[in-house]
Design a protein around this ligand. Structure first.
Ligand SMILES: Nc1ncnc2c1ncn2[C@@H]1O[C@H](COP(=O)(O)OP(=O)(O)OP(=O)(O)O)[C@@H](O)[C@H]1O
Ligand SMILES: [Mg+2]
Length: 451
């Protein structure tokens, strides 16, 4: 069970601390008891998700000074102070100085629980608002956009925004064309490293014998053919972000070297003895589940753990079908402006048709379809299936037949996958119930044959 919230409880008296812990833990909170304000201060930061309850009278730093210093760390942090019995002037001063509330000694357990409950709720809202505000700010600034209103897209955007400005290394996992490079680029553009280079290396595309010099660079004469000194990708990305794309294709020998570079954060050009210190963020991207490769002995476990500090899963497009019309429209507008065409508009039926496709090539496939739509898409709605598939209809069958055949196989495929369940098939295809029934009747499909 997750705790209802985090509370730091500060009191120099052990008995009071123990009583406080017991009360708050019983009420479902995670409690950290500390004997001095100094110790508590170290725990605080603007992102810290908890609230503070502190005694006022303590040796060393007292509660009022602690309050001031805690609010210097984050002026929205709820600090609840415990005042002596009848000490009205102290209570007034605490509130005036910015305390969230005060509790008078001796206090019944319910009072503590009630005040902490409110404080925790306030903290949660503060942090949530900040994160939303940041999302809006980022949405209004130029730079890469991760579009989509589906829950999956929102969750992705939220996560990416929240880690963009941290230094943590990131591992991005997703099928082909889902937007891994876009996410990596977004992380870079919204970090404090944005003014330095974003460098992408495809670990799968560079021949094994060249990749070391590509990544680490070399000195003149380091090997036959190395006429001039060359700065490697790591050095080029220094201060910025390096994307190690298709990390799963890294040859074993290189995996060892990569691990060393990532751990020591320094690089040595081939044929040189000087170490160049690196200050960069490492983002790795993979199409496969690296953990499987580790289990199969094809990827080093230590390198996997080193890369996987923060993991980002980019979902396939078929798991966020609701975003398909929006993304398509976006790519259509982009293509229109590139080809100097009048904006092409998608009809409602066409949107449903797009949503029904499985998009194995994900967003990139959709982008290419949008491009074809702008170039060849004038005409009746049925053209779309051809455009989606990128086929030409010169093989004897009419376009309508091709479309019909395609639609039928698509519906049959989803019916089979959902064992004849109409509701699930409807959802998977993104069409209303009536449309589905009409089409099934037209194509002679019966749900019973799939149960
Ligand atoms: N959510 C999105 N909003 C807007 N554009 C997107 C989105 N996702 C992907 N794209 C665009 O789709 C194209 C493919 O994305 P990207 O190259 O990042 O995919 P990838 O996962 O790196 O693909 P591959 O596995 O083939 O390397 C890019 O042009 C990218 O800008
Ligand atoms: Mg890519």
């Amino acid at each position: 069970m997750t705790a209802r919230g985090l509370v730091v409880f500060v009191d120099d008296d052990r008995h009071v601390r123990n009583a406080g812990r017991q009360t708050l833990e019983l009420a479902g909170y995670e409690v950290q008891c500390l004997e001095s304000a100094q110790l508590a201060l170290h725990r605080l930061s603007p992102e810290w998700p908890g609230v503070v309850v502190s005694d006022i009278k303590m040796p060393g730093m007292d509660g009022l000074e602690f309050l001031t210093r805690a609010l210097d760390v984050d002026r929205d942090l709820p600090v609840v102070l415990i005042t002596g019995h009848g000490d009205i002037s102290m209570a007034v001063k605490a509130i005036r100085d910015g305390a969230y509330d005060f509790i008078e000694k001796p206090f019944p357990a319910e009072v503590l629980v009630e005040v902490v409950g409110r404080a925790v709720e306030k903290r949660r809202l503060t942090l949530e608002n900040r994160s939303l505000r940041r999302e809006v700010e980022i949405g209004n600034t130029p730079g890469p956009r991760i579009l989509g209103n589906s829950q999956a897209a929102q969750r992705l955007r939220h996560l990416v925004i929240n880690i963009a400005d941290t230094g943590a290394d990131v591992l991005i996992h997703g099928e082909t064309g889902t937007g891994k490079e876009l996410v990596a680029n977004f992380l870079h553009e919204h970090s404090r490293r944005r003014d330095r280079n974003f460098v992408a290396v495809n670990c799968g595309a560079v021949p094994a014998e060249l990749i070391e010099s590509e990544l680490f660079g070399h000195e003149a004469g380091a090997f036959t053919g190395a006429a001039r000194r060359r700065i490697g990708k790591f050095e080029h990305a220094n201060g910025g972000t390096i994307l190690l794309d298709e990390i799963e294709s890294t040859p074993p020998a290189l995996q060892v070297k990569l691990l060393r570079v990532l751990q020591e954060r320094q690089v040595e050009r081939l044929g040189s003895n000087t170490l160049v210190p690196l200050d960069l963020r490492v983002v790795a991207a993979t199409k496969v589940d690296l953990e499987d490769l580790v289990r199969a002995g094809r990827f080093r476990e230590d390198l996997y753990y080193r890369l996987n500090v923060v993991a980002i899963e980019v979902p396939p497009l078929r798991e966020r079908r609701g975003d398909i019309p929006l993304l398509f429209q976006h790519f259509v507008l982009e293509a229109c402006s590139r080809h100097h065409r009048e904006p092409a508009v998608l009809e409602a039926g066409q949107a449903a048709e797009l949503m029904a496709h499985s998009w194995p090539g994900n967003v990139r496939e959709l982008q290419h379809a949008a491009e074809r739509f702008v170039l060849f898409g004038e005409g009746p709605a049925t053209d779309l299936a051809t455009i989606i598939k990128g086929l030409d209809s010169g093989d004897g069958t009419t376009l309508a037949e091709q479309v019909g055949h395609f639609e039928k196989s698509l519906i049959a495929q989803e019916l089979a996958r959902h064992k004849g369940d109409i509701r699930k098939t409807m959802e998977a295809l993104g069409v209303p119930r009536k449309t589905l029934y009409d089409k099934m009747a037209k194509f002679g499909l019966s749900r019973r044959s799939y149960q």
